[in-house]
Design a protein around this ligand. Structure first.
Ligand code: IFM
Length: 449
């Protein structure tokens, strides 16, 4: 590879990412209950029909193909598959199987997530993650999904962003199950690692060695006050705990966490050693951490240090952090998949530049010997953004939430150009709007480094 590689190799995969609850519509699960309890930022917001992907999936596969994608990340919705505990919906399993076959017929390699934040309504009442029974409940669901996956050339993601779910659902109380309980948080963390192992056992027994991993939300962290020793210590501890706990557990077989005041653990998980074939990274931003004197002793904020303008959801636009994290992943010696990366850009003008800057980091990481195999843009379509409801827009295609019409944003053409030519041209060369205030001068690395 040349020192200034500007092209992606022919076997590098460009794809798009979605998740069931955010796009399919008509799902009754723990999140629909959460919404009815008025827990979203706008209490009246509902996911409801989402963007009706359940009925429009074929149109959406066509849109992905028109964007130059050759992989499509979707998730199976546990609540559809097993709406009552132990009762499987055969028609749903058949429908998912048909969709995945159709996806492949569109030239899209399936990337199938088994768990993307949501649960059947019975789950938190009967087998919540902090109880060991959760592992067997997840195992049974994964076993039910085996026929859906049989014979497909798919990548499987067992768990999406488990740390986000654990912190949001067990520490902050912001997501289902809405707990603020540090003891249960640690138990749930342990059981989610065990659930990954159980899923792997089920799939490998039934299907042979399907490539399997997790998708971890990874953030760059920096101290809020660069001179403050506690903020700097939080950055070290937070980076390790948030970004690496799962990766390390699935490599070494040992679950180790050391976040004083939040979570500590150090135990062997049988079967976890070498239990992932690839590393999935979801990257969006950097957070600045500040020590506060009350549990959980930590606060965070997104700062616009380089005056690029926060993204519309309020996150720092910080592609450099993506580069740092990709390079850190080299230590695991596994192929890396960018399982999500994207921007909430409500007018669609910044997205081509955001993609360009992040793909540049992918190429640089490859030059440093990180085996990055693919990049899946989040998301194909504007969709339901959890607590934020219908405000954010991450889509390569803008969706009119009233008519559900899909319209390409400028990034769709840019993404297609890069994916089909494999050359990382700059968006300006294709006539995309100039990056205006973006990327003033050379960025400085995080103060923590
Ligand atoms: O929409 C989410 C997705 O479900 C998980 N990763 C982050 C995305 C943007 O917030």
């Amino acid at each position: 590879m040349s020192a200034h590689e500007k092209t992606f190799p022919p076997d590098f995969t460009f794809g798009v990412a979605t998740s069931a609850y955010q796009v399919e519509g008509g799902i009754e699960n723990d999140w629909s209950e959460w919404e009815r309890a008025g827990k979203l930022k706008e209490a009246h917001a509902r996911c409801g029909l989402a963007v009706d992907h359940w009925n429009r999936y074929e149109e959406d596969y066509g849109l992905a193909r028109d964007a130059g994608a050759s992989a499509f990340r979707m998730s199976l919705e546990w609540a559809r598959v097993e709406p009552e505990r132990g009762k499987l919906d055969g028609a749903v399993l058949e429908a998912y199987r048909e969709r995945l076959k159709k996806m492949a017929a569109y030239g899209l390699r399936p990337v199938v997530t088994l768990h993307h934040f949501t649960h059947p309504t019975w789950f938190h009442r009967e087998t919540p993650w902090h109880l060991p029974e959760s592992v067997e409940a997840f195992r049974a669901y994964v076993r039910a999904c085996v026929p859906v996956l049989r014979g497909l050339d798919a990548l499987v993601i067992t768990l999406n962003e488990p740390m986000v779910l654990l912190l949001g659902g067990y520490l902050q109380g912001l997501m289902p199950p809405g707990l603020t309980d540090r003891t249960k948080l640690v138990a749930a963390l342990e059981n989610m690692v065990r659930a990954h192992v159980a899923a792997r056992e089920e799939l490998h027994t039934a299907l042979g060695p399907v490539p399997l991993g997790t998708a971890q939300n990874m953030m760059d962290f920096a101290p809020d006050r660069w001179w403050h020793p506690m903020d700097r210590a939080l950055v070290r501890l937070g980076t390790q705990a948030y970004n690496h706990t799962f990766h390390e557990a699935l490599m070494s077989g040992r679950l180790r966490v050391n976040m004083p005041g939040v979570a500590t653990a150090d135990l062997e998980i049988p079967g976890a050693r070498d239990s992932c074939d690839f590393i999935g990274i979801n990257y969006y931003t950097r957070a600045h951490l500040r020590f506060v004197s009350r549990a959980p002793y930590l606060d965070f904020r997104f700062k616009d240090i380089h005056r690029r303008g926060l993204t519309d959801i309020g996150w720092e636009d910080w592609s450099e952090g993506f580069g740092y994290l990709l390079r850190e992943l080299k230590r695991y010696g596994r192929p890396v998949w960018v399982t999500e990366n994207g921007i909430d850009d409500r007018h669609g003008q910044r997205r081509p530049h955001y993609i360009h800057q992040h793909l540049k980091q992918v190429l640089e990481a490859r030059e440093h010997g990180v085996d990055v195999r693919g990049y899946l843009y989040w998301s194909l379509l504007d969709n339901f953004e959890w607590l934020e409801g219908w405000g954010p827009r991450f889509g390569l295609y803008q969706v009119d939430f009233t008519t559900l019409e899909r319209r390409p944003t400028p990034a769709r053409d840019y993404f297609r150009e890069v994916a089909t030519t494999r050359r990382l041209v700059s968006p300006g060369a294709l006539g995309a709007a100039p990056s205006s205030s973006l990327y003033i001068g050379e960025a400085q690395p995080s103060a923590a480094r």
